[in-house]
Design a protein around this ligand. Structure first.
Ligand code: ZN
Length: 177
């Protein structure tokens, strides 16, 4: 049985540890040529408790990591995802290995909009490991949109190489050789 919500060794404010947790989740995502393997963690700011974890394609459908976290939380609080802002009892921080998307070619709701639905009163900070590469959608302004809405976006440095390696593991790299 998985015990992914138990993270006894994380010290308050240790952003790299949360980012490593998100990265370990990304590694659970099935490699595919058409999307990034991303991991995300939602942490309660006051207690540093991990409230939800998610990774790309964890839930049925073409699901993103942040989306999985949000849908799992909404289920836990027994509300629609659009009502999660009211349902969450306190401020949270979201850690995601790759900057949240602001446009999806599939027409699905971008993760930035899902985060904005929760709102700045509950989502205090979004910590990102890398900005989204331009492979699928160029000029991702996810961070800008979040910042414009009053949500802090903080880059957690140091894991970029591994994050991108995991994110693109299913992509065809034979063309370069
Ligand atoms: Zn997304």
């Amino acid at each position: 049985m998985e015990t992914q919500a138990q993270t006894p060794n994380i010290n308050p404010g240790d952003h790299e540890v949360y980012m490593r947790l998100a990265l370990s989740l990304a590694e659970k995502s099935p490699p595919k040529p058409t999307n990034y393997r991303v991991g995300a963690v939602v942490v309660e700011v006051a207690t540093n408790k991990v409230l939800a974890t998610g990774y790309t394609l964890e839930l049925p459908g073409n699901t993103h990591a942040e989306q999985c976290c949000i849908e799992k939380l909404a289920k836990e609080y027994d509300v629609e995802t659009s009502q999660l802002g009211q349902a969450l009892p306190s401020e949270v921080a979201i850690y995601t290995t790759v900057e949240p998307c602001c446009l999806r070619l599939s027409g699905n709701k971008p993760c930035v909009e899902r985060i904005l639905d929760i709102g700045k009163d509950k989502v205090k900070t979004v910590y990102v490991g890398v900005q989204e590469p331009d492979t699928f959608v160029s000029g991702n302004s996810g961070s800008l949109r979040l910042q414009d809405a009053g949500i802090e976006v903080v880059h957690v440095p140091g894991l970029e190489h591994k994050i991108l390696e995991v994110a693109t593991a299913g992509h065809n790299t034979d063309q370069a050789s």
